[in-house]
Design a protein around this ligand. Structure first.
Ligand code: ADP
Length: 491
């Protein structure tokens, strides 16, 4: 099959969170199974150019219709760790992708509506006719809309779309000017509750809703979150739309790329290890302490890695820092804030805790350091309010770092509580789970983890090793994606 992914991220060249990992990892798995994959991305000025090989001009004069006029674009092509990627660069005074940031601009809906249009225009003009277009999250929600309403009439009538939702919280809201910009000119038709009009804000278009309505199939990134999105208040106002389109909605668990996330071969850690040489994990712990100037001691290291965003349960993360210190553990946090208030809050904490030798807060995005933390920490806290899948617990399991998680979304399906799990016998359990959103629930799970570490170190190690046995690579999920591609292609 010939599959084109259209996305706003692809790790490691463009990565703000799990979306980037998934686009890269799934593409590699599909290619390993003999499918042909291409990835279309924006050409941001701040992406990691050092991860692109052979970047060159692939298509020079792409004219993208926009607001009744057109924007001239260049399309570049290069390999990102073996994956063929096309990067779209618009030449306009709006500098859509020259902002020094991937997201967070006031005109994000316009930027990504333009990207979606440019990606389709590129496929059309360069005569690329994939069997399946796989697009992701709100940024590309207009791809299936424009494909069905416009581009199929220009020769793209056989292309089918899978739309994957990685996070329902960000849906892409905009006014009707987007319709004029993209050429979806019939306002009364498109700005209708059956199509793009938001279910709750009568003045707003909703990109994600458009993606759900128009795609041939829609999925989110774990079966449990698909259930939550339909039956609980987890789809941020799109529940009704999902119910109407439930026949084409499902959940597929994310995987992690075993080439990137593998403690046996990881270039970013000083002492590679496996379950057979698990004691070498302590060498990475030593290196982590040295790097972050933590006190050398026998305390366990509890870590948090993630976006500092309300979704991740920031109050619980904050509480976990102090609670871990009180319970005789060290704490390492790696995160970058998505809003100013949280940023200020954690910078304040960082200054406040600066002289404490048992804690380090690294407030940045640092892929290399993330690898060392996964390898050097003993426990990883993931106290998310909601979590469509979550990759940090999957990577932690792979690195023998015991996850302490809140039981929501993909966390439910991947972490099995050491003390209380009705479905898995002890030898299959992998971490600690709590359910309530208050600090006491988290404290009790973290206490159980720290107590086990101190009181029964053999059992703690057994638990870490049990987590390492699970295979959360793309093997199974890759197969499920192919089954969906096949189904929509033959429909
Ligand atoms: P989300 O997609 O909601 O951000 P996931 O758990 O699905 O969360 O994926 C997060 C990914 O981003 C993981 O690979 C994690 O290691 C990485 N990550 C998050 N924050 C940082 C950071 N500050 N520095 C390096 N890597 C990070």
């Amino acid at each position: 099959m010939y599959i084109v992914q259209i996305a706003s991220e692809c790790a490691p060249v463009i990565k703000a969170g799990g979306l980037g990992d998934v686009v890269y990892g799934l593409s590699r798995e599909l290619e390993a199974r003999g499918h042909s994959i291409e990835i279309i991305l924006p050409k941001y000025n701040n992406m990691r150019y050092d991860h692109i090989w052979g970047l060159h001009d692939a298509y020079q004069d792409l004219c993208v219709p926009w607001y009744g006029d057109r924007i001239h674009c260049s399309v570049f092509c290069g390999w990102v760790h073996g994956r063929l990627c096309f990067f779209i660069e618009p030449h306009s005074e709006d500098f859509y992708f020259d902002r020094g940031t991937y997201y967070g601009c006031d005109d994000d809906p316009l930027r990504f509506a333009f990207f979606s249009k440019a990606a389709l225009e590129f496929l059309l003009k360069s005569n690329k006719r994939p069997d399946v277009i796989h697009c992701h999250d709100w940024q590309t929600g207009l791809v299936p809309v424009m494909l069905y309403e416009m581009y199929q009439h220009h020769g793209m009538e056989h292309q089918r779309v899978l739309y994957t939702i990685h996070n329902f919280k960000h849906q892409g809201f905009a006014g009707t000017e987007i319709l004029w910009a993209t050429g979806l000119n019939r306002e009364a038709y498109y700005f209708h509750y059956d199509r793009l009009r938001d279910n709750f804000n009568p003045f707003s278009l909703n990109f994600m809703k458009g993606g759900i309505v128009y795609a041939n199939h829609v999925n989110t990134v774990s079966p449990h979150h698909a259930w939550e999105a339909m039956h609980e208040d987890c789809s941020f106002g799109l529940g009704h739309t999902l119910h109407l389109k439930g026949f084409k909605f499902s959940g597929i668990l994310n995987g992690i790329d075993p080439k990137i996330w593998n403690p046996e071969t990881d270039d970013h850690i000083p002492s590679p290890y496996s379950s057979a040489t698990f004691e070498d994990k302590t060498l990475n712990q030593k290196a982590l302490r040295e790097k972050l100037l933590l006190r050398v001691c026998d305390k366990p290291i509890v870590a948090f890695i993630g976006r500092l965003d309300d979704q991740k349960g920031m109050h619980l993360v904050h509480h976990a820092m102090y609670h871990a210190l009180n319970r005789g553990a060290q704490f390492v946090l790696l995160g970058s804030a998505t809003d100013r208030q949280t940023n200020d809050w954690f910078w304040h904490e960082k200054h406040f805790l600066n002289d404490n030798p048992d804690i380090h807060l690294e407030l940045s995005f640092n892929e290399e350091l993330a690898h060392l933390i996964y390898a050097g920490a003993n426990m990883m806290v993931v106290p998310s309010k909601f979590e469509p899948c979550g990759l940090t617990q999957l990577i932690s399991l792979r690195y023998g770092t015991v996850p302490v998680v809140r039981g929501v979304g993909g966390l439910v399906s991947t972490v099995f509580d050491w003390d209380y799990d009705n479905e898995h016998p002890r030898e299959e359990r992998t971490g600690f789970v709590f359910y309530d959103t208050d600090q006491y629930a988290m404290e009790s799970a973290l206490n159980r983890a720290i107590d086990l570490y101190y009181n029964e170190p053999q059992l703690f190690q057994q638990l870490a090793l049990q987590g390492m046995q699970y295979d959360y690579s793309w093997k199974n999920s890759g197969e499920e994606y192919i089954a969906i591609y096949d189904r929509i292609r033959h429909r």
